[in-house]
Design a binder for this molecule. Structure first.
Ligand code: SF4
Ligand code: SF4
Length: 434
């Protein structure tokens, strides 16, 4: 029986919900699955019932697993229900309950991924080297021609096709640890750059452009090697202890620096960083130190918005913006990205309908719940097509891959492209090609 774990569920928090249902229209899974059990209200009710012992954890598992964790429900809720806390608490309990039922090899594989791969930049660098070799040596072409990638499950070959071109090993290894403003310009801000894990391996080009843009805008940019993964993927998988270990390493690394801001360019990482203090609630040693990191954390658009960028290369295009849930609902950074897009000469900005709805990426949700994720993506792509945009801008690597996949699924690769906002700004400043 699973009831021995049920008392650990976040029961008290569920009483904040008055079951009014205002959150239902905001919830993407309620929209696509049309079931109360896949709505915020339904999930909260199920957690309460499980905590009371009326439901087993096995019965709770699917509705919780199929939640995107986008937290759009929180912004729609008039009672201020802290759904994120309820979800994370339920995932923690489910993860430790599941661990006993998971086979030893699987447990070992998960441990290796979460404890040895994501936090280790050297291993991620090697993985990126392997992808670069695969992409640049012609292997990828051969694999595509012979449809060899189709032996992978559909969710993996779909993503393989939209993976960006990885920077070369020498480019990645030669990147400086310090970027200066242009000669003659006094530094406006001194910032530390939070490089992330997968972001710095697969999307290194966007990281490098971010550093160059910040420098061009007048910032001195420091990139320290002692930082590590933010822990967002660990937290979403219910691995609280691992998340805390990574958070402590980051807090220790960044508190040694005298900087104005700690800047990130990934909505999901930023959301994790700005909530570090929640992990250490009541902890005398770590709570205040976490709060100090939170106070300095900024999305790159918040810093660039306070500087001046030389946007002198017009981009004549209709542009729409896929808002990352974690930027919008957790970090609440909504205005700065749009202001920056609007400043680009030649751009016509067109907001899509229901702009705050999740695209279905949600960490690794699109890999492990591929079908459900594609249903959410199809709704999103309908809204994108209505804007007639030729450029979809995002501010999160997961959303970026998902939107690239969306473009491909719609057969629009010749008329539409998906880019990170940093790439578009870099293009408008002459730092990158279109
Ligand atoms: S979560 Fe908030 S909006 Fe949704 S039913 Fe409960 S109280 Fe109402
Ligand atoms: S987090 Fe997103 S998917 Fe999950 S219940 Fe809330 S709105 Fe629905």
């Amino acid at each position: 029986m699973s009831h021995s774990h049920n008392h650990k569920l976040p029961y008290d928090e569920t009483f904040q919900c008055v079951q009014c249902g205002y959150c239902l229209p905001a919830c993407p899974t309620y929209q696509t699955m049309e079931k109360e059990t896949h709505s915020p209200r339904g999930r909260i009710n199920l957690v309460k019932m499980a905590a009371e012992g009326h439901l087993t954890l096995d019965e709770l598992k699917e509705p919780i697993d199929l939640c995107l964790g986008c937290r759009a429900c929180e912004t729609a809720c008039p009672s201020g229900v802290e759904y994120g806390k309820i979800l994370e608490g339920a995932r923690d309990v489910l993860a430790s309950y599941q661990e006993r039922k998971t086979s030893k090899p699987m447990r070992f594989a998960q441990k290796v991924m979460f404890q040895n791969v994501f936090p280790d930049s050297k291993k991620l660098r090697l993985a990126a080297d392997a992808i670069w070799m695969y992409q640049r040596t012609g292997l990828q072409r051969v694999a595509h021609k012979g449809k060899l990638t189709h032996i992978l499950p559909e969710n993996l070959w779909a993503f393989e096709e939209v993976l960006p071109k990885v920077s070369s090993p020498s480019e990645r290894r030669k990147r400086p640890a310090l970027f200066h403003p242009p000669t003659g310009m006094a530094p406006r801000f001194k910032v530390a750059f939070f490089k992330g894990c997968i972001m710095d391996a697969i999307f290194e080009k966007i990281n490098r452009l971010s550093m160059e843009l910040l420098a061009l805008a007048g910032c001195e940019v420091i990139v320290i090697p002692s930082q590590t993964c933010c822990g967002a993927l660990h937290a979403h998988a219910g691995r609280r202890d691992d998340t805390m270990t990574l958070a402590k390493q980051n807090i220790e690394a960044f508190e040694k620096l005298d900087v104005d801001f700690i800047v990130n360019n990934a909505g999901g990482c930023g959301a994790q960083l700005v909530e570090y203090h929640h992990l250490f609630h009541g902890d005398e040693e770590w709570e205040d130190r976490a709060k100090a990191l939170v106070a300095k954390t900024r999305d790159i658009t918040q810093v660039l918005g306070q500087c001046e960028l030389p946007l002198n290369k017009p981009i004549p295009a209709v542009v729409t913006y896929q808002r990352s849930c974690h930027m919008t609902n957790v970090q609440k950074v909504t205005k700065e990205p749009v202001d920056l897009i609007r400043q680009i000469p030649g751009v016509t900005f067109r907001e899509m309908a229901n702009p705050n709805m999740c695209c279905g990426s949600a960490g690794i949700y699109n890999v492990i719940h591929y079908e459900e994720s594609m249903e959410v993506l199809d709704v999103k792509m309908g809204a994108v097509k209505d804007t007639q945009a030729s450029v979809i801008v995002t501010t999160n690597p997961g959303c970026l891959l998902q939107m690239k996949l969306g473009v491909q699924r719609e057969g629009k690769a010749n008329e539409m492209r998906a880019v990170h906002l940093v790439e578009l700004l870099a293009e408008a400043c002459g730092l990158a090609d279109s």
